[in-house]
Unconditional design. Structure first.
Length: 131
């Protein structure tokens, strides 16, 4: 009755993911320290690169700092669980994957608008480098 399926990052992700062309800091709302920088974002998850600390299984209260206001907000506050982390080539720097928890409608809309903003910037950047 059950079929064994290998879960890979490709078949696990269901949401459209954008890659952040700008450096967007992500801070811990409790300590106010910058944990890392956004590398990609979907409505249900994100990847950060930084020194952390990142502990698999921990839930973090995060603040994604925006370079300019979207919907009158300069940041997106959310909670996310660290699902994985891997060491990068740089000393003491990690990539970490987060699953966004307790997603309110306001935060979901704000994340979709952030995605739309950066997806447009990415397309403009890609088109300007071609030809």
């Amino acid at each position: 009755f059950f079929r064994l399926v290998t879960i890979t990052m490709t078949n696990k992700r269901k949401d459209r993911r954008i890659y952040a062309p700008d450096v967007l800091p992500v801070k811990d709302r409790v300590s106010c320290l910058t944990l890392g920088f956004l590398r990609d974002l979907s409505v249900h998850g994100m990847k950060l690169t930084g020194k952390g600390p990142f502990t698999q299984g921990n839930i973090y209260k995060l603040k994604l700092v925006l370079p300019r206001a979207i919907m009158g907000k300069r940041s997106v506050e959310l909670e996310a669980c660290c699902r994985w982390k891997t060491k990068t080539a740089k000393k003491d720097v990690f990539d970490a994957g987060f699953q966004i928890a307790q997603l309110s409608e306001d935060v979901e809309l704000l994340l979709l608008l952030v995605q739309a903003e950066y997806a447009v910037k990415m397309m403009d950047t890609e088109e300007s480098t071609v030809g």
